[in-house]
Design a protein around this ligand. Structure first.
Ligand SMILES: *Cc1c(COP(=O)(O)O)cnc(C)c1O
Length: 373
């Protein structure tokens, strides 16, 4: 008797190796260049990536650091934020956004998102501002740009700094202009799974503020501008030249890769237009980087387990908001205090998306989701 398998394609949530395979020649040559250079800390490779990434973002400076959390933390430090200060953060973000504030000795003050975009709701910010508020820290969550103009306007009126968490949004545009120089600074992560990903930890800060850039270069390198002369107590958080080499090989392909992500997103959006789930809301002014394709569905666990059984990998970004993490018990925020963050945590599901995901895989996801709903 013939056995027919119903599942012909399994789709991983994200295949990082496929990205390497596509650019193997360029990446290998880039890495070999660093190995042969004899320069293994900072140096020309890091400086070249910083120039290229700043140009790409359309801003004056990029400062390479060890990871995205350090990019956020050091940017806040460079802005002079410390104990007693408050920084407004989204209630529904990855915990790194909050941790960066806490690492400065300051207090993260959560504000709920606009449920349509999952990004910080400018209309809710005024109520969270106190005399201690020093900065706004919007996140371009899932690669969707946050609505920056109203945030910048609030910041101007209250004398606040604006640091953007761009970890998920390399290449995204807000009102036609690429992210990188709208606020005072943008913190980037090049964690391997991000749209521009290294082969290990890496991060950067972009800014048009010369002073901030100068302070960041000192802070990331032991508080030192000249070897063995330490102006301040700094950190060791330098971008690794091997990671800079990987990023330099990938950067020229970022727009094309983001466009391929956009094509996957467009197919999902068309296929699920009448399905019983909430699709990502994209405002007219947004050109998202489509880091994640996040839907909302009431019976999320059921859909996720049925997709898993059909060979489709999914993830939840994020299952437990920071205010309910043990790490933030000390803030004493009641679990029910942020109902939108709680609801999103219960309903969001990220479908597979990536620049190397082919049409057959995308169709397999579509078929599997439709069979479940
Ligand atoms: C990935 C991520 C970070 C942290 O980046 P690391 O490089 O892992 O430290 C910060 N914020 C957001 C929103 C992220 O997705």
């Amino acid at each position: 008797m013939e056995v027919v398998s119903p599942m012909t394609t399994t789709v991983p949530f994200l295949d990082l190796r496929a990205g390497y395979e596509e650019l193997r020649g360029e990446i290998d040559a880039s890495i070999a260049r660093v190995l042969a250079s004899g320069m293994y800390i900072l140096g020309e490779e890091v400086a070249a990536f910083e120039r290229e990434y700043a140009d790409y973002c359309g801003c004056a400076h990029a400062i390479g650091v060890a990871n995205g959390l350090d990019a956020l933390h050091l940017a806040l430090r460079a802005m002079g934020i410390g104990p007693g200060d408050e920084v407004i953060v989204p209630s529904n973000t990855y915990i790194a956004t909050w941790l960066a504030v806490s690492q400065c000795g300051a207090t993260p003050v959560p504000v709920e998102p606009d449920p349509a975009t999952h990004n910080l709701d400018p209309a809710r910010i005024a109520a969270a501002i106190t005399p201690r508020t020093r900065a706004l820290l919007p996140v371009h969550l899932y690669g969707q740009p946050a609505d920056l103009d109203p945030l910048l306007d609030i910041a101007r009126r209250h004398g606040l700094r604006v640091l953007e968490d761009g970890a998920q949004a390399q290449g995204a545009r807000y009102k036609g202009r690429r992210l990188g120089g709208h606020g005072d600074a943008v913190a980037w992560s090049f964690y391997p799974g991000k749209n521009l990903g290294a082969f290990g930890d890496a991060g950067a800060i972009t800014t048009n503020d010369d002073d901030l850039a100068d302070r960041l270069r000192v802070l990331r390198n032991y508080g030192s501008r000249t070897k063995y002369v330490n102006e301040v107590q700094g950190w060791n958080s330098r971008l690794d030249p091997l990671q800079a080499a990987v990023l330099r090989a990938k950067l020229p392909h970022l727009d094309a890769w983001n466009a391929r992500r956009g094509a996957v997103a467009a197919r999902y959006a068309a296929a699920f237009a009448d399905a019983d789930l909430v699709l990502p809301g994209v405002p007219a002014w947004a050109d998202p980087a489509w880091h994640l394709f996040v839907v909302r569905v009431a019976e999320r666990e059921r859909l996720q387990s049925r997709l898993a059984a059909a060979g489709v990998g999914t993830l939840i970004h994020y299952p437990l908001p920071p205010h309910r993490q043990a790490a933030y018990r000390d803030l004493g925020l009641p679990a029910s205090a942020f109902p939108l963050a709680n609801q999103l945590a219960d309903q969001v599901l990220s479908l597979p998306i990536g620049p190397q995901q082919d049409d057959r895989a995308t169709q397999a996801v579509i078929d599997a989701v439709r069979a479940c709903l």
